[in-house]
Design a protein around this ligand. Structure first.
Ligand SMILES: [Zn+2]
Ligand SMILES: [Zn+2]
Length: 255
């Protein structure tokens, strides 16, 4: 039986230097549950070091948590990379860490990059400058995410900084993006009208929350067979097809 999920696929934690220090695993999960969300994705900048803690905190509260990262590519484009298993996110993290330019985070300037356990105990700080662009191209990143069975979504495509359209002005052909995210500043109907070349892609919204009060501010209602990457991807493409009576090639697992 298909089930309805209220989802927010783009949430930062205290590991992101720009996120509020209240964005701890327990707080994020309890805020999401209190707002009636069923599923969230953890997408810190260039790191997945808090995904296991949020997954564990979520499992205690009946919240499904997808492990993910928001990778900053060589083109200075932000891509949400979502997975079923933390180990897949961590494999991508290894690659991204190996491609980050040298440089240490200045916590006083950029903010702290806190690694927590699932009870909000601090277990360490990531010393790298996580907000930098990794030396990985869009094409290589998306192919790697697909090879790991994940889903790549271009984040806040309409934002002038770090958005796909803002940076490149177009969606490169052959890039296997599962969806494009429109920022809180934009609207999906307006984007559809203004950018007809985006027709092949589902457009989604999410909160890109850096503060607790932002969580769930742009929820996504999905009808899924399974609450996993394949189920969500099918729901996104199904939603797009039924709204627009267009037929796209069926999507199947890329593993
Ligand atoms: Zn971003
Ligand atoms: Zn973000």
């Amino acid at each position: 039986m298909p089930r309805r999920l209220r989802a927010d696929l783009h949430i930062h934690t205290v590991l992101s230097p720009c996120a509020d220090l209240e964005m701890s695993p327990v707080h994020v999960v309890s805020q999401a549950r209190s707002l009636g969300l069923d599923l969230i994705a953890v997408t810190d900048h260039n790191s997945a070091e808090n995904v296991r803690a949020v997954i564990e905190a979520g499992s205690r509260e009946g919240l499904i948590v997808l492990p993910g990262m928001e990778v900053n590519t060589r083109e200075e484009v932000h891509i949400l990379c979502l997975f079923d298993r933390p180990s897949d996110a961590e494999e991508l993290q290894e690659l991204v860490f190996s491609r980050l330019p040298p440089g240490e985070n200045d916590a006083n300037y950029f903010g702290y990059q806190v690694i927590c356990d699932s009870f909000d105990e601090i277990v360490g700080f990531n010393p790298k400058l996580l907000i930098q662009a990794a030396d990985i191209s869009l094409g290589e990143l998306v192919a790697k995410v697909k090879a790991l069975g994940g889903m790549a979504i271009a984040a806040h495509i309409d934002r002038p900084a770090f958005g796909l359209l803002g940076q490149l002005g177009f969606v490169p052909q052959g890039l296997e993006l599962s969806a494009l995210e429109v920022s809180k500043m934009g609207s999906i109907p307006a984007m559809r009208k203004a950018q007809p070349h985006l027709a092949p892609y589902p457009l989604i919204s999410s909160s890109d929350a850096h503060f607790l009060e932002d969580i769930g501010s742009n929820p996504l209602d999905l009808l899924v067979e399974e609450a996993d990457i394949e189920g969500i991807e099918q729901a996104l493409w199904g939603l797009w097809n039924s709204n627009h009576e267009r037929t796209f090639p069926s999507r199947s697992r890329y593993r």
